[in-house]
Write a protein that binds this ligand. Sequence first.
Ligand SMILES: Cc1ncc(COP(=O)(O)O)c(C=O)c1O
Length: 396
Amino acid sequence: MRFADRTNEMKASEIRELLKLAEDKKIISFAGGLPSSDSFPIKKIDRMCTKILKDYDTAPLQYGITEGITELRVTLAKRMKKFRIKCKKENLIVTNGSQAVLDLVSKILINPKDIVAVEVPTYLGGICSFRNYQSRFLTMKIDSNGMKTHELEDKLRKMGKKKREKVKLIYAIPNFHNPTGVDMSLERRKHLIEISKRYHIPILEDDPYVELRYSGKDTPSIKNLDKEGLVIYTSTFSKIFAPGFRLGWMISEEKFARKITVAKQGTDLCTNIFCQYLANEYIKSGAMDKQIQKIRKMYRKKKDKMLEAMDKHFPEGCKWTRPKGGMFIWATLPKKIDTEKMFHEAIKHRVCYVHGAAFCVDGSGHHSMRLNFSNADEDKIELGIKRLGNLIKSKI
Ligand SMILES: Cc1ncc(COP(=O)(O)O)c(C=O)c1O
């Protein structure tokens, strides 16, 4: 078989291999970014399935238009007003999760050796999508105010014009960032827009956790600050409905949306139609707002439990973020501990996490780890953190 050149740069996810080790039920997993299985509104879904077949007859079972069913696009466009994002259905495409957006945007923007500006650390699935199109990376670090936009500005300024033209995209996760849980400040969001405008580089704003706020006030989205149409926005039903439905959406300028539509036709013809009807009913019936209230309460408790347990069981020399939402805490351990090497020992201690280096395209992150707090049962969180704390203590 003679594979395409681009496959030479595709890397199998080592994380998925490591996580296979964590499938043992005796292991308390803080690894995957999974919603709690207890959160899924099973009875509601059951009733809605019957209702949409009654209301729409065979339409939910038929092929549909590539951009998504009109009903859902209209409903979502209306809902986006809550986040002060103005859009019409023509700006909105329903996709197979946000992951498909990352792939489709890469597909229409990235030539081999083009550059994507990413945070360090950043979402693993983003790295994977960009790499699949043979991208290179420009990196900027994160602090407690999110992406260090000044680093991005400095790097772009110092680049020659020719190289700068290769920077095709800035990738940002401003709300409850995966993997750090950090929020990007309003000043930095404004600065990012300025940079994007000055150098004419589009921003991909990936926003899966916006509805999962447990304290504090919302900051306007980058899309909301965008007057030039340079921001491509994506969000998802995965964290507020069920990731198994594989439903997300993207919002962009119409011209960009039309290009994406053609790319999408070649990928999947259309997104799962049945689930789109389901999602439309879920929002319109008010069930989604109720569900969001329910999971916010549930995850806030889990997050507090994990932070409390870390305060109690993690030794001095460790530090970690204290997120106001989302699903993740980012912990950094003393320099002598390599979290990737420690992973196998953690499995023996029946607890697991994702090691930090997996999220860092610049080769850093070896002393850090991502801890997910939404999936494990509340009573297991303290025990898992205690096991991890004891393991860390044994290494220093
Ligand atoms: C930042 C970020 N982007 C995209 C995704 C993909 O989500 P989806 O299930 O909608 O494809 C995730 C999933 O965890 C994520 O954390």
